[in-house]
Design a protein around this ligand. Structure first.
Ligand SMILES: [Zn+2]
Length: 182
C-alpha cells in the first residue's frame, strides 16, 4: 500500500527526537500526517468525513459515508502491533541512525523488550527499507563498479573466472557535489 514515509531529519539528535516523538500522542499525530497529509481519506470510498472511535489501544476512524473503519496502522508494518508507538518510533530512529547497522540484540537492549520482539521489529523495518530501496531508480550521475565476492572454497580456477566467486555489481547515484545519494 502506498504510504508517505515517516522521515526524520538527517542527524536528528536524541534529545530532539524525544522532544518530537517522545509520547504516544506525538507519534500518533506524526503517523496521521504521514498517512493522510491532506486530512482523512477513507481507504475504501475516498470519503473525507469521519467519526472517531476510541478503542483500548489506538483510535479508529469510521467513514461517515460507507462506515468503513480505518486505523492509523492498518496496512503498515505496525498493523495489529501490541507495542506502544513510541517503541516503534525509537526503533525507526535507532535503525535509521546506525550507519553500519544495528543488531537485534542491541535493539532489544535499547527498546527494553524481549529478544523475539526486538528481532521481529528489526526484521519488519529492514524489510520495509529493502522494499523502499528496491523502488528507487538511480538518476543523475551514476557510478557503477563490478567486484567478486567469496573465494572461501578451495580449489578451482583463480581470479575472475573462478567458480568460487560470485560476481556483483554495485551502483551509486551522486548529487552535484559528488556525494552518494542512493
Ligand atoms: Zn468510506
Amino acid at each position: 500500500m502506498a504510504m508517505n514515509r515517516i522521515q526524520f531529519q538527517p542527524g536528528l539528535s536524541l534529545p530532539k527526537f524525544i522532544d518530537l516523538y517522545g509520547t504516544e500522542q506525538k507519534c500518533e499525530t506524526a503517523l496521521e500526517q504521514a498517512r493522510w497529509p491532506g486530512g482523512f481519506r477513507c481507504p475504501r470510498c475516498q470519503g473525507k468525513e469521519y467519526g472517531l472511535i476510541h478503542g483500548r489501544r489506538h483510535k479508529r476512524y469510521q467513514c461517515r459515508n460507507c462506515r468503513h473503519q480505518a486505523t492509523l496502522t492498518a496496512g503498515t508494518i505496525l498493523e495489529a502491533t501490541k507495542l506502544p508507538l513510541t517503541t516503534w518510533f525509537l526503533a525507526f530512529y535507532l535503525v535509521g541512525q546506525a550507519k553500519t547497522g544495528i543488531s537485534s540484540l542491541a535493539l532489544r537492549r535499547h527498546l527494553g523488550v524481549n529478544y523475539r520482539t526486538a528481532w521481529l521489529v528489526h526484521n519488519k523495518i529492514m524489510q520495509a527499507m529493502k522494499e523502499r530501496d528496491g523502488a528507487y531508480v538511480l538518476r543523475g550521475r551514476v557510478q557503477v563498479d563490478d567486484a567478486y565476492l567469496g573465494g572461501e572454497r578451495c580449489g578451482g580456477k583463480a581470479g575472475r573466472g573462478s567458480e568460487n566467486k560470485l560476481p556483483i555489481v554495485a551502483a551509486v547515484s551522486l548529487d552535484e557535489s559528488g556525494h552518494p545519494r542512493h
